[in-house]
Design a protein around this ligand. Structure first.
Ligand code: ITT
Ligand code: MG
Length: 174
């Protein structure tokens, strides 16, 4: 099947490739520049989910893919502090989108404070780690888990959750 992915981010594309490979499903993966129509730094689960759905739906409308996947990263505030959150949406013609969320960790206050002031996590992580391209490599989750779980691994889990629900026809209300 042809699978469109609404991003050019290397970590996201690697995640999709690996998920299909590990599930032994043949897939031609097509990256599509898809807008999220949410802020560059989504600040709630709700907003992050909308970003994932918008990307997936854009891909479906603008490619020949059978299945379209949107992946979006964000953060969400809790009484404990600011959590990293990530969501995926899988869209197919004539069907309601499927949703799945990824593993989450608390961000250090040093990082959280900067995001609350309006900065984006990608550049903040590059600055913090004195490197570039963290968001398309191990991600904040990789940096703060000592590389135990990297961004691609976290997204891979989300994609398997989506594919599994698709197999079970576990569609939810739009
Ligand atoms: O090209 P796209 O697909 O947009 O990939 P992205 O890296 O910008 O990722 P998102 O738009 O999904 O994430 C929203 C923002 O949060 C940042 N972000 C999210 N998760 C991150 C992580 O684990 N590490 C570093 N930055 C992250 C990201 O760089 C953006 O500034
Ligand atoms: Mg982005």
């Amino acid at each position: 099947m042809i699978v469109a992915v609404g991003s050019q981010n290397k970590a996201k594309l690697k995640a999709v490739q690996r998920a299909f490979q590990e599930l032994e499903i043949e897939a031609e993966i097509v990256p599509v520049d898809a807008p999220s129509h949410v802020s560059a730094m989504p600040f709630s689960d709700e907003e992050t989910i909308h970003g994932a759905i918008h990307r997936a739906e854009f891909c479906l409308e603008n490619s020949k893919a059978d299945v379209a996947i949107g992946l979006e990263g964000g953060v969400t505030e809790a009484t404990f502090g600011l959590f990293l959150c990530n969501w995926g949406a899988l869209a197919e013609k004539g069907k309601k989108p499927l949703l799945a969320g990824g593993a989450r960790i608390l961000l250090p206050e040093e990082i959280a404070g900067r995001l609350r002031m309006g900065e984006e996590l990608g550049p903040v992580m590059d600055d913090y780690s004195k490197r570039s391209g963290i968001s398309s490599n191990e991600g904040a989750i990789g940096i703060f888990t000592n590389g135990r779980i990297e961004r691609a691994e976290m997204f891979k889990h989300i994609i398997k959750l989506l594919i599994g629900q698709r197999e079970k026809k576990h569609y939810v209300k739009k």
